[in-house]
Design a protein around this ligand. Structure first.
Ligand code: NAD
Length: 315
């Protein structure tokens, strides 16, 4: 049976462990903090049985079979030895990750093993340059929560081998994720660059007094976002005219005119943060209970959306 190593058992490490076990892989998970590791295994077991009870378990194996595929260890070499893929999920700290990759790289005993980071925003050149197994290193950045939002950004280092890129993409697709591959590295990768451009303009619209926080969010959830769950910005253009060429003949001038008024990147100063937070808290209190309840509601919505998307795909 093929083995996957997980390094770091926090939110993302646990998510990967469950995704790989659902795909039928043997998963060995490591954490430097033994208590965190034991806690993580318990959370995973609970989540597997809960999702099974709700009829929402991924893959064809039962919760019992999936939890039997996952084991924990405090021995890093045990995680790396003979693994087909090692997924690093430690804190977002470049020096810590570099050290972890040096260790993983030293313990690795196979030129075919993929050494993969979950980093949200550290570029491959900052993380992997100089490592002796750099050609085996790559980033697979998941979207949170990974079990409900399948997008995974694959970001290779310039020296990552073509075979490693292909195997990472194939593995992600096999376990039900949606891989996209950056052809070259860029700060923020794709997802956060797109997301930040939206946050910046929404921030300006509220702070410059055009819209309330509530109405900006409605513009997304009941407007643009309705389409974006099914078609991206390019297909939106294509379908909103007789193809992209005609769309741009009609709208390019307007897009350029409006875009030239966007202004500078907001500086997110304390006053503006306090104003946005005040308006936001009227809708969702920033208490532990308030946030937890809303997250639960969000995850349920995403689950229902995933069902609709799966149905639409097979129709
Ligand atoms: N949380 C998100 O929404 C999200 C989304 C995508 C990617 N990521 C990325 O995933 C990674 C992990 O994020 P997270 O939210 O799971 O963090 P987390 O804080 O929940 O967990 C990090 C875990 O790493 C462990 N750890 C620290 N040093 C270690 C070491 N030397 N060896 C082994 N384990 C060690 C900690 O004990 C902890 O259990 C980060 O790089 C983050 O940027 C996070």
């Amino acid at each position: 049976m093929k083995k996957i190593g997980i390094v770091g058992s926090g939110l993302i490490g646990r998510s990967w462990a469950m995704l790989f076990a659902a795909g039928g892989y043997k998963v060995v998970m490591y954490d430097i903090d033994k208590n965190a590791l034991e806690r993580a295994y318990k959370i995973i077991e609970e989540q597997l049985y809960d999702t099974e009870k709700d009829g929402l378990l991924r893959g064809s194996l039962s919760a019992k079979e999936q939890s039997a595929l996952i084991s924990i260890t405090s021995d890093l070499p045990e995680v790396v030895t003979d693994a087909v893929h090692v997924q690093e999920c430690v804190f977002e700290d470049v020096e810590l990750k570099k050290k972890v990759f040096r260790d993983i790289s030293d313990y690795c005993n196979n030129d075919q093993t993929v050494l993969c980071s979950s980093t949200s925003c550290i570029m491959p050149s900052k993380l992997f340059t100089g490592l002796k197994r750099v050609s085996q290193c790559i980033i697979a950045h998941p979207c949170n929560p990974p079990s409900l939002c399948p997008l995974t950004e694959i970001v290779p280092h310039p020296e990552t081998s073509a075979g490693v890129i292909e195997r990472t993409r194939n593995l992600m697709a096999e376990i039900g994720q949606t891989p996209i591959t950056l052809k070259k590295e860029i700060d923020g990768f794709a997802l956060n660059r797109i997301q930040y451009s939206i946050i910046n303009e929404c921030w300006r619209l509220v702070l410059d007094g055009y819209l309330s926080v509530e109405d900006v969010d409605k513009a997304m959830t009941d407007g643009i976002g309705m389409r974006y769950a099914f078609i991206g910005p390019f297909e939106t253009c294509h379908l909103n005219a007789e193809g992209t060429t005609q769309y741009m003949e009609k709208y390019a001038e307007g897009i350029q005119r409006v875009s030239s008024t966007f202004g500078a990147v907001p500086d997110f100063d304390d006053n503006s943060v306090a104003e946005i937070n005040k308006q936001m808290c009227k809708m969702v209190p920033d208490t532990r209970e308030g946030l937890e309840a809303r997250r639960k509601w969000r995850d349920n919505c995403l689950l229902e959306l995933a069902k609709v998307k799966a149905k639409v795909k097979t129709d």
